[in-house]
Design a protein around this ligand. Structure first.
Ligand code: XMP
Length: 325
C-alpha cells in the first residue's frame, strides 16, 4: 500500500483496494463481526465492510456507559441510516459500573474495562454462531503505541489492540493497519461520513472512566458528561474545534468551597483540558481565549449544581500526559 508522503496515496484508491481485498478474503458463505465504538476508525471499517460484503456482517456496539453525551444514540442512528449489516447494541452500563465499584487505580480501571469488554464482546460474537472473521479499526499509531511496532513503548495500557483476536479464534481483518489518522479521516471524507465523526477527537477506549479521578459512579458520570458537553458546545460555537487535538473535562475528585445562591457551597472541582498536538506523543496546552474559558466556567458552575469550581490545566506533554489518568 502507498504510504502518505509519497504523493501517490489517494483515499479513493485505498477504498477500492480495501474493498477488493475484503471481498477476496471473505468467502461467499462466510460472515464477519466488527466492534463499533462510535469513533472514526471502527466506523470507517464498518463502511468498508458494507461496500465489500453488503449485509454479511454483524456490528457489535458495546455501550459500557463511559461514553460522552449523545454518543450511543449517534452510533445507532448513523448505522440505521447508512449501513445494511446487522447492529447489535449491547447496553452494558450496569455491568461495567459494577465491575468498577471501589476501583481507584487508573491502570486497574483500564484493565477491568478492557477485560470486561473482551468478555462481553466474546459472549455476543460467539453466540452468533457462524462467524469467521473479526474486523478491527486498528491504525498505525495503535500498533506503535501499544509497543507492538518499531519504537513503541507502552506508557498506558490501551485495550483496543490485541486481546480480542486471540480470545475469539476468528481470523482477523484490519484494513486500516497501515494508515495514519489523517489518512483515515480522508478515507472517511471520501465515504461521506458525517462531519461529527470525521472531526471527532480521539477518545480513550476506557472513556470517561479515566477522566474521573477516583472511583467511577453513575452520579459522577452524569456530572462529568454534562460539564464535558458544555465545554464541547462552547468550543464548537467559537469555531475552535478543528484547531485542537483534544478538549475535554475531568472530574478531579477534589472538593472546594464556593458560593451558590449566596450560600457557602462545598462542591466538585472540574478541570478543563485542551491541547494541540499532531500525534499525541507530545502536546501543548491550548491558549484558549479568556472569554471562552469564562463562559464555560460560568455555565458549568451555573448549570451543574454539584460543581463549585472550574480550573484550566496548563500542563504540556511531557511532563504531563493528555489524559489525567
Ligand atoms: P496520554 O494520556 O497517554 O494519551 O498522553 C495519548 C493519547 O491516547 C489516548 N489514550 C487512550 N486511548 N485507550 C485508548 O484507546 C486508553 O486507555 C487511552 N489512554 C489514553 C488519549 O486520549 C490521547 O489521545
Amino acid at each position: 500500500m502507498d504510504k502518505i508522503g509519497t504523493g501517490e496515496w489517494k483515499p479513493r484508491k485505498f477504498i477500492e483496494e480495501a474493498v477488493r481485498q475484503i471481498g477476496r478474503t471473505v468467502g461467499a458463505g462466510e460472515k464477519v463481526v466488527c466492534a463499533l465504538s462510535g469513533g472514526l476508525d471502527s466506523t470507517v471499517v464498518a463502511f468498508l465492510l458494507d461496500l465489500a460484503i453488503g449485509e454479511r456482517y454483524v456490528a457489535i456496539f458495546v455501550d459500557h456507559g463511559m461514553l460522552r453525551q449523545g454518543e450511543p444514540e449517534e452510533v445507532a442512528s448513523l448505522f440505521k441510516k447508512r449501513l445494511r449489516g446487522r447492529l447489535i447494541h449491547v447496553d452494558a452500563r450496569e455491568r461495567f459500573l459494577k465491575a468498577l465499584r471501589g476501583v481507584t487505580e487508573p491502570e486497574e480501571k483500564r484493565r477491568i474495562i478492557g477485560a470486561e469488554f473482551i468478555k462481553l464482546f466474546k459472549e455476543k460474537a460467539l453466540s452468533l454462531g457462524d462467524i469467521s472473521y473479526l474486523a478491527q479499526g486498528t491504525i498505525l499509531s495503535d500498533v506503535v503505541e501499544s509497543g507492538a511496532g518499531p519504537g513503541g513503548a507502552a506508557i498506558k495500557a490501551h485495550h483496543n489492540v490485541g486481546g480480542l483476536p486471540e480470545e475469539l479464534g476468528f481470523k482477523l481483518i484490519e484494513p486500516l493497519r497501515d494508515l495514519y489518522k489523517d489518512q483515515v479521516r480522508l478515507v472517511g471524507k471520501e465515504l461521506e461520513l458525517p462531519e461529527a465523526i470525521l472531526q471527532r477527537q480521539p477518545f480513550p477506549g476506557p472513556g470517561l472512566a479515566v477522566r474521573i479521578i477516583g472511583e467511577v459512579t453513575a452520579g459522577k458520570l452524569a456530572i462529568l458528561r454534562q460539564a464535558d458537553a458544555i465545554f464541547r458546545e462552547e468550543i464548537a460555537a467559537a469555531g475552535l474545534g478543528q484547531r485542537l487535538w483534544q478538549y475535554f473535562a475531568v472530574l478531579t475528585g477534589i472538593r472546594a468551597v464556593g458560593i451558590k445562591e449566596r450560600r457557602r457551597h462545598y462542591g466538585d472541582v472540574v478541570a478543563l483540558r485542551a491541547v494541540t498536538s499532531t500525534d499525541a506523543m507530545t502536546a501543548g496546552w491550548a491558549r484558549l481565549p479568556g472569554d471562552l474559558l469564562e463562559k464555560v466556567s460560568q455555565r458549568i458552575t451555573g448549570e451543574i449544581p454539584a460543581v463549585s469550581r472550574v480550573v484550566y490545566d496548563i500542563t504540556s506533554k511531557p511532563p504531563g500526559t493528555i489524559e489525567w489518568e
